[in-house]
Design a protein around this ligand. Structure first.
Ligand code: UT7
Length: 326
């Protein structure tokens, strides 16, 4: 290993369950309408996992695609991180279930729980293993079945979320120690537990003994997102040594089109450099960034060598950003 080892994304894959739920479908049983949802969020539809589809099933499909793109097989995988807030079971970790389903050998496997920021957190965790030589082929997956946490009588939340998964393969590559290197160049992670009440699930094994439902003070989370994400983004960019003008693609967490645009505007990033999938994916929590990345690569917009800026904010509150060159 040289001093300038970087964690490089060598493969990306996404998985969307086939079940499409439109705004009109929701308006059939909750007091909402297509016009309100589109105007306030930009969401037109979302995916819903089938009853027999668990978070790990979505994760495995995304992981297989990412491994294929990287030219790797499950046998090569020595670390699996699953960022999820909707695990299959209270334990074992969904990452260990994914390891079994993939048939990957004994290695490192654990979940990262930072809600919608989970993928950003997991990338930063995996980066530290990869650059230290502790993992040579890491799968970092964001996978969620958020529809399982919905209170379907609460129009303020149930229209916002969807199911899906996205995965990346991270491998060590020697770099020059410059911003031209491929790989993760910088990140910034933040949490403020004092703001727990703004967004949480009202159940858990050590309190209610139930799974619980998602609760959110949407407009307060909205305000926090637009104001505070920019600070973390600029901190990540400073660590990486890049400016916003150099960013080829801004790939934000897909919570709300108005948040995406608000953050991009604050950062001086014009809309032509923003990947938005919120219209058809809605908010898939930790899956939203890798799914948006997979979408942008599949449609040919995002290309190897480009500088990517990822950011997210979610329950905790947690938030953070990663700068990487593909
Ligand atoms: O990924 C984790 C982070 N989560 C987020 O980033 C979500 C952040 N928040 C948001 O995206 C927005 O705050 C929402 C989309 C949740 C809400 O938009 P808003 O512009 O902040 O609306 P609001 O909550 O202030 O509500 C405005 C009105 C209220 O009616 P009144 O009190 O003015 O009569 C709500 O009851 O809109 C009403 N409303 C709805 N109406 C129709 C709330 N939800 C709906 C709905 N359909 N689904």
């Amino acid at each position: 290993m040289t001093a300038n080892v970087r964690s490089v994304v060598t493969g990306v894959g996404g998985c969307l369950p086939p079940g499409v739920v439109t705004n009109d479908d929701l308006a059939a049983f909750v007091d909402t309408n297509d016009a309100w949802i589109v105007e306030r969020t930009g969401i037109h539809s979302r995916r819903r996992a089938a009853e027999d589809q668990a978070t790990s099933d979505l994760a495995v499909e995304a992981a297989r695609k990412a491994l294929a793109q990287a030219g790797r097989s499950a046998d090569d995988v020595d670390m699996i991180l699953v960022a999820t807030t909707t695990p299959d079971l209270t334990f074992p970790a969904t990452a260990a279930i994914v390891q079994r389903k993939l048939g990957a050998p004994v290695g490192i496997a654990f979940d990262v729980q930072a809600v919608c920021s989970g993928f950003v957190y997991a990338l930063a965790v995996a980066d530290n293993f990869v650059v230290r030589g502790l993992a040579r082929c890491a799968l970092v997956i964001g996978a969620e079945t958020m529809t399982r946490l919905m209170d379907w009588t609460d129009r303020g939340t149930c229209v916002l979320f969807g199911d899906g998964a996205g995965a990346v393969v991270l491998e060590p590559r020697a770099g020059e120690g410059t911003t031209a290197d491929r790989g993760i160049l910088g990140f910034a992670l933040r949490a403020d537990g004092a703001k727990q009440d703004l967004l949480y699930v009202d159940g858990g094994p050590s309190t209610t003994g139930t799974v619980g439902k998602l609760r959110m003070q949407g407009n307060q989370v909205f305000r926090h997102a637009v104001v505070n994400i920019s600070e973390a983004v600029l901190a990540a960019a400073e660590t990486a040594g890049v400016t916003m003008a150099q960013v080829d693609w801004f790939i934000p967490h897909q919570a709300n089109q108005r948040i995406l645009e608000g953050v991009a505007k604050r950062l001086g990033i014009d809309g032509t450099r923003v990947i938005s999938t919120v219209a058809e994916h809605a908010n898939t929590s930790a899956a939203s960034i890798p799914l948006a990345l997979a979408t942008g690569i599949e449609d040919g917009r995002i290309r190897p060598g480009q500088l990517l800026l990822l950011e997210a904010m979610g329950g905790g509150l947690t938030w953070g950003a990663v700068v990487l060159r593909l």
